[in-house]
Design a protein around this ligand. Structure first.
Ligand code: EPZ
Length: 417
């Protein structure tokens, strides 16, 4: 495994583009199981989590092929309905195979998923939703087994707009008799992308992007071709990289409407932004302004996945900011590493109080989760001196060309074995 070595203090300038969205391509790859045929997914980033999804598809009996950023999945024959613990534990998104495999095969068996340690991350909402359309789900010692019972549409209400539970329910309900109405659904752009892909396969879904999604079951689905949306959190990461270095950057292939809350926060922090079709330009001074209170919320609110990125940026603001993390119980792990670099952050429960400092200093730090790891890279880009970030396998789960893109913007950043 490699480490990331950064020599900080350089303003980022120039332009780069944004790859396809991890959190869109993962449920879409799970959805390919539903097709009695071949699907072609374009704009598929090279990520460890994508590799894991392809291994799960192959373990189920599908044939997969990657050519550049295009992945082909032939799900004509799905021979198995069980997913090994080793594969399930690699990422959180593996749980979205539960709905798709059960709908295709009539049953499924898998362990609880893995993924970033952001808190307990239960799957009770997934299980409750699937049971409400007649899927019998049993949980015993960390294993989930599901099979079709009186599999018919119905009204399903989510106690919390869980992204994964919304996706799991959608992928199961596309095959059940009658109409399913899902209320308090997650509204993230990735839900809309999944709906668009499923409808190309022959599903009948509407309402994604709102809190009520309607699904009319169909007897079969066929393969489809689809290009995934740009990764809004990678875009947020790169914008924060420009902001924390007082740079001037232009991002291409960005869906600005997917990051309105992030753009608003960056403006509050003093960045100047210009949005034009599928590009966003950011120019910033060396000292961001503080933000009195930034609260993470379900979409379209400020995304929890960008919380660590703004924490890093606000650590060098010319005043005190407060961030409230309302989605996950334990998503401030990056703060201790930022403090090692000279940041002045106090965390209390769901709050992080960030007293801005004029400078950070390079240090050896370790990434503990995906977006927190990205935040440490951002801090290293700003810090005086050398920063070495270890735990990079976390970062590789969600960023395809992070170092290359930062280098193209002028950063002194490289891999060291
Ligand atoms: C998705 O995770 C994303 N992952 C996460 O991105 C993202 O942070 C999260 O949505 C919120 O936007 C993927 O799409 C692969 P949730 P997911 O179900 O589906 C609780 C990244 O960095 N909950 O919306 O797991 C849960 O514990 C990752 O790319 C239950 O209590 O998120 C959390 O507190 C990190 N019971 C909250 O809901 C359940 O059954 C939100 O979870 C499910 C969730």
């Amino acid at each position: 495994m490699y480490n990331i070595h950064i020599t900080g203090g350089r303003r980022l300038c120039g332009s780069t583009s944004i790859h396809g969205a991890k959190n869109s391509v993962l449920p879409i790859l799970a959805a390919t199981v539903l097709a009695e045929g071949t699907s072609v997914i374009k704009g598929c980033p090279r990520l460890n989590d994508v590799d894991c999804s392809l291994k799960i598809l192959e373990a189920l009996g599908c044939k997969t092929k990657r050519e550049g950023d295009t992945v082909t999945v032939d799900a004509s024959t799905v021979a198995k309905s069980t997913i090994s613990d080793a594969l399930m534990h690699k990422m959180r998104s593996s749980i979205t195979f539960l709905g798709a495999v059960t709908a295709r095969c009539g049953e499924a068996k898998m362990s609880f998923p893995g993924g970033c340690e952001l808190g307990p991350r239960p799957i009770d909402l997934h299980i409750k939703a699937l049971r409400q359309i007649g899927i019998c789900v049993k949980e015993t010692c960390g294993t989930v087994s599901a099979k079709l019972g009186d599999f018919r549409g119905g009204r399903v209400h989510l106690d919390f707009p869980s992204v994964g539970a919304t996706e799991n329910l959608m992928m199961a309900a596309v095959r059940c008799r009658g109409e399913t109405i899902l209320t308090n659904a997650a509204k993230e752009p990735e839900i809309c992308d999944l709906q668009n892909f499923l409808n190309k396969m022959g599903a009948k879904i509407c309402g994604a992007g709102t809190d009520e999604i309607r699904i009319i079951g169909v007897p079969r689905l066929s393969g489809a071709m689809h290009r995934v949306i740009p990764d809004r959190i990678v875009a947020a990461t790169y914008l924060c990289a420009g902001a924390i270095t007082g740079g001037d950057i232009l991002l291409r292939s960005v869906e600005a409407s997917h990051i309105e809350a992030v753009l608003a926060a960056l403006k509050d922090a003093g960045a100047v932004l210009a949005v034009n079709h599928d590009t966003v330009r950011l120019t910033a001074s060396m000292r961001p302004r503080p933000i009195n209170l930034l609260r993470t919320m379900p979409y379209p609110g400020f995304p929890t996945d960008a919380q660590a990125l703004l924490t890093a940026l606000l650590s060098v603001a010319d005043g005190t900011s407060v961030i409230e993390e309302t989605i996950f119980e334990n998503r401030f792990k990056h703060c201790s590493a930022l403090c090692r670099m000279g940041a002045d952050i106090t965390t209390r429960g769901s709050l992080a109080i960030i007293r801005g400092v004029p400078a950070l200093s390079g240090a050896k730090v370790e990434a503990c989760e995906l977006r927190g790891g990205a935040a440490l890279v951002l801090a290293g880009l700003r810090a005086e001196g050398e920063t070495i970030v270890s735990g990079t396998s976390h970062i590789d789960r969600g960023y395809d060309t992070f170092l290359e893109d930062m280098q193209s913007l002028g950063a002194q950043i490289r891999r060291i074995e």
